[in-house]
Design a protein around this ligand. Sequence first.
Ligand code: GTP
Ligand code: MG
Length: 325
Amino acid sequence: MSIKKSEYSRIMTENPHKSNEFKLVIAGLDNAGKTSALIALRQKYNFYERVKNLKPTIKIDYSSFKFLKTFRINLWDMGGQKKFRKIYVNNPIYFEDTDYIYYLIDVQDEIKFEETVEYIHELLDIYRALSYSNEVIICFNKFDPKFRNSEEFLDRADMIKKVIKSQNKDIKFVFYNTSYYDISSISKAFSHSLNSLLNLDDIDDGLNKLVNQFNCRYAILYTDSGIIISDHYIDTMDIREFEEKISNKISEDLEFFQRLKDENVDIDDRIAFSTDKTEYVKKFSILSKNKDNTFYIGVSTTVSNINEIKIELEKLRNILHISFT
Ligand SMILES: Nc1nc2c(ncn2[C@@H]2O[C@H](COP(=O)(O)OP(=O)(O)OP(=O)(O)O)[C@@H](O)[C@H]2O)c(=O)[nH]1
Ligand SMILES: [Mg+2]
């Protein structure tokens, strides 16, 4: 997923805002879980990469993905070993034109708390000098599901939060507890920036409400190329489960609709029943800037909810219209 040199220099020189390009920086100490989080996210966005035997990132890993024909998101995964941190801190140019900075803290590694607070302060000084004005997104990472209610972990996170906030009153922060073992915690944190950059807050809210109101196992908005725009789940799910239950279902549905299209059959939804759940997917065509964008919303719920869900999905169609035109 690394980018070629030519691509790299293009990213470095182009003005991101003119071209609908966005830059997300992911920083934190070595071993904080930055590359793992990005792999989880990549899987979600379907630029597929197997979880490999992870090695520490050498300097910076650049990756990039296209989003609906118009946008490009560039991810800068800043290898966190001390020797690399020194290089970035002495060359603030790395951080120029950042749209959002994510800072990951390994909440399990108590020994490094002082060091991580020191590093974030160095980065915040740089961002101050660059007049960065968006929120700084801090993830207490490796906050695995088994620690979710652990007072010890919650206290730790709270303590660091207080230290950072009290010493940087001029900066807006948002905090997330994230873990590789709960893919939705990572996607929630990353949606924070994507929703605001891509104007997706309303549709994201709509899906979230759907999940809560109808107790859906999932509600997912995705595109023709399988890119997930927004997703909400009632339970936690790790990458393997996500692959089994969600990725496969999305591929299957996309294939189904492609076959219909090839055969000129005019059907825009699909329903599948099994003993304990009903899966429903609806296709939407939205004309935006003279381009026809196709979206899908898939939900999993109980059969008794389906009629009401269909009505709610029609409302979401309007929101999609507004968001993308
Ligand atoms: N328990 C737990 N372990 C994790 C989580 N995320 C990553 N890890 C593990 O933490 C180790 C380091 O992960 P990386 O993603 O390589 O860390 P990094 O921040 O990219 O490290 P550098 O590239 O050196 O800066 C790996 O062994 C991962 O399996 C998590 O959410 N929970
Ligand atoms: Mg790494």
